[in-house]
Design a protein around this ligand. Structure first.
Ligand code: ADP
Ligand code: MG
Length: 714
């Protein structure tokens, strides 16, 4: 595509096969890396940079770096490697500051011998290794300097080798850095100027960002006065400009989605505290400041005629359920109904038991829609729902089924959002006329991440635990010190407390999972003959699970041996100790959720993490974090650091977009800027009507349309 061709072909429609230097073999490799088009290639930025602006002296060479220096041959010849006694070719080179050894392990002797005559001047390029006091380079690039020629002048002839900061690309097998540099150099020179972004230029200028085409060019080929440390930390203006552009369109998409919600007509609830006041009088505690603040935010949303789309975020045990209950009461006082959606039957059960603890006192009815209930009961529940006799319905996905019809749905409460997609939220909306939606999540998501994940939701955070909570004392014991965990368990049982013993899903089969947990309960029985031990696992029938949970809640059981089915929501205040078996196999978020099951009353609680045999460095980091802190946000941040954002919530479930250049960890500040700008832009611009902003919209759809469910915009 020549730059001034009359027909502009978008860069995402030109295949890489048209690029000079890219043959079928390389093309296949690039395709495997996800690089298919010119646009992909332009966004394939260097992973680091090499400073080749100056020649170094030998005494300045730094280990681990690619360096360029000028030196003369002092000696050359074959030698034996010290260890394996293999032949190698070695050149000793020197300048006025020192000496260095250059080594070849694969070579043609006659050629090297001839090339490295004593006294000849060279420029050498290569990575410096050190072995004790000895510094050496293996297979360096070499450039002869003829008599009387200035080495700097010689080098400057090849801009891909010297005189500037050079890009280092993530390497493709069988491809030298020099070759990929050459291909990319030509490609970037030719196509970067054609990159266009409809980002309003005023916004980029406001922050001092470069136009996208220039920014992309500079990411590949930095100016020679660019600070290397900025480049290495990803803080150079060029990269930041590309990141801003990327974030802006994402946030604009989210802003327009939100805007779309705002132009819908919702229910404007009135708040007379008909039920919330009596409930406050019934509760054995006062709401925390954070709970009251959040409730205020929810009330404000519910009173406005714009449908609420709010994310309620709060650490495990922070008291989200009570807040949700209060919101439910406001909806009910306005003669509408409430749906509560939970991701698992156990959690639905848990919510149902909380809600049915209070609602009957207020003369209100709630029901649980289980999957396995008899037809007659199901019929009765659905009939009551349709007639309006039922005020609140709790359930799993079953609530979203077709036959479930509300008389008037006013509020949908969705717990543990990340397991539900945007789509389910949509289905819930359709069950009423734009009901308010409150999404609850216990996953403490770092702010930058939650902005991209839930950017279309307003955010409320309960950042305070109910008073009197003592952080759970956490210890990590390797298998050999299991007895310490058992001693702790014995002490707690003697105090009349209850315990959880948790097993991971050992393999992907539920059978072996069951086996491990079953064996464990037998072994435990031997250690604790007086304890009443119950078993809870995924293969049990719902009714049996319910029974066991019921027994544990009412303290007919002392120890509950469970697979991870207890992961979310179980609430037994007298349970003060948890032992997690094979803790090294759990993820951080899961460990945190699990640990949140204890320490719910005012008593000192314990969590013992048992690890078995060898585990990875990552597992060790996870266990350390758990022992160090119980702050959900710290844990989430550590998790993000250890795993990286892609895996943080499991990309598929979370819908976390993949960025081409941006990093959520590194570029949080730019994300905030982009978000603010995009939301303002969406507010002040009539994007549907204005032709000038049409281009912005097209770009938005092109980049994110499929992934953000944005097709409906405009
Ligand atoms: P979450 O759903 O956020 O994990 P819950 O709503 O299940 O937390 O609350 C955890 C426990 O704390 C429950 O037993 C609940 O009754 C109790 N609780 C909630 N709010 C308060 C409060 N303000 N003061 C004391 N206890 C509270
Ligand atoms: Mg909860």
């Amino acid at each position: 595509m020549p730059p001034n061709s009359p027909v502009f072909v978008p860069l995402d429609q030109i295949g890489l096969d048209r690029t000079t230097g890219v043959g079928p073999k390389l093309l296949a490799q690039l395709n495997k890396l996800g690089l298919n088009t010119i646009e992909d290639a332009l966004y394939h930025l260097p992973s680091r940079y090499e400073d080749r602006r100056h020649l170094r002296k030998i005494n300045q060479l730094q280990t681990g770096r690619q360096e360029v220096f000028c030196a003369r041959v002092l000696a050359a010849g074959e030698a034996l490697t010290s260890r394996s006694r293999r032949l190698l070719f070695e050149v000793i080179a020197e300048d006025e500051t020192g000496r260095i050894s250059l080594k070849w392990f694969h070579y043609r002797k006659s050629w090297l011998q001839k090339r490295f005559s004593i006294g000849q001047q060279f420029v050498f390029i290569g990575e410096i290794h050190s072995f004790g006091a000895q510094r050496e380079i293996h297979h360096p690039d070499t450039e002869i300097i003829p008599q009387g020629v200035d080495p700097l002048e010689l080098l400057s002839k090849d801009p891909l080798k010297f005189g500037r900061i050079l890009p280092v690309y993530p390497l493709t097998e069988g491809l030298s850095q020099y070759k990929i540099r050459k291909i990319w150099f030509d490609l970037v020179k030719k196509y970067a100027p054609l990159v266009r972004s409809p980002l309003p230029i005023a916004l980029a200028q406001k922050h001092g960002f470069l136009p996208l085409s220039e920014a992309i060019f500079r990411c590949h080929w930095p100016e020679s006065d660019q600070s290397l440390s900025q480049l290495e930390s990803g803080q150079d203006p060029a990269r930041r400009s590309v990141v801003y552009d990327e974030f802006f369109f994402l946030e604009l998409g989210l802003a327009l989605k939100r805007h779309g919600i705002e132009i819908e007509q919702g229910i404007a609830f009135k708040v007379d505290h008909l039920y919330t006041k009596p409930l406050s009088a019934l509760l054995p505690f006062r709401l925390t400041v954070a709970q009251r603040r959040v409730l205020g935010e929810i009330k404000r949303d519910m009173m406005s005629n714009v449908p609420m789309h709010r994310l309620l975020q709060g650490d495990v045990g922070s008291g989200k359920t009570i807040v949700a209950l209060m919101a439910a009461l406001i909806a009910i006082e306005n003669e509408t109904q409430v749906a509560v959606l939970a991701p698992t039957e156990i959690l639905a059960e848990q919510h149902f038991s909380t809600f049915s603890q209070w609602l009957p006192h207020l003369g209100l009815r709630c029901e649980l829609l289980r999957s396995g209930i008899p037809q007659s009961e199901r019929k009765r529940i659905l009939a009551d729902l349709e007639s309006g006799d039922l005020h609140l319905l709790v359930g799993t996905h079953a609530v979203l089924q077709e036959g479930v019809q509300f008389k008037r749905l006013g509020l949908g409460i969705v717990d543990e959002q990340h397991r539900f997609g945007v789509k389910q939220r949509g289905v819930l909306k359709q069950k009423g006329e734009n009901p308010d939606i409150l999404v609850m999540t216990a996953t403490p998501i770092p702010r930058t991440l939650s902005m991209t994940l839930y950017g279309d939701l307003a955010l409320s955070v309960i950042d305070e635990l109910p008073p009197g909570r003592i952080p759970v004392k956490t210890h990590h014991y390797p298998e050999g010190r299991r007895n310490l965990a058992y001693e702790g368990l014995r002490r707690q049982l003697a105090l009349g407390r209850q315990a959880y013993i948790v097993y991971p899903l050992v393999e992907e089969t539920e059978n072996s999972d069951l086996l491990a947990a079953t064996e464990a309960s037998v072994q435990l029985a031997a250690h604790f003959p007086d304890a009443r031990i119950g078993l809870l696992h995924g293969r049990m029938k719902q009714a049996d699970k319910d029974l066991v949970m019921q027994e544990f809640r009412s303290h007919q059981l002392d120890i509950l041996v469970a697979t991870t089915v207890i992961e979310v929501g179980v609430d037994v205040a007298n349970a003060t100790i948890m032992i997690i078996e094979h803790a090294d196999r759990f993820g951080l978020a899961q460990l945190h959720q699990l640990r949140g099951r204890v320490g719910r009353g005012g008593d000192e609680s314990f969590c013992f993490l048992l690890s078995s045999g060898h585990y990875s460095e990552e597992a060790r980091q996870r266990l350390d974090v758990m022992v160090e802190t119980s702050d959900g946000f710290r844990i989430a941040e550590a998790d993000l650091e250890i795993r990286g954002p892609g895996e943080f919530l499991g990309t598929r479930q979370s819908g976390l977009p993949d960025f081409r250049v941006a990093s959520i960890l590194r570029d949080g500040d730019i994300l905030e800027m982009a978000r603010q700008d995009a939301f303002e832009f969406a507010q002040t611009t009539n994007y549907l009507a204005d032709a000038a902003t049409n281009e912005v919209k097209q770009e938005l759809l092109r980049r994110w349309g499929g992934r953000l469910d944005l097709i409906t915009i405009g």
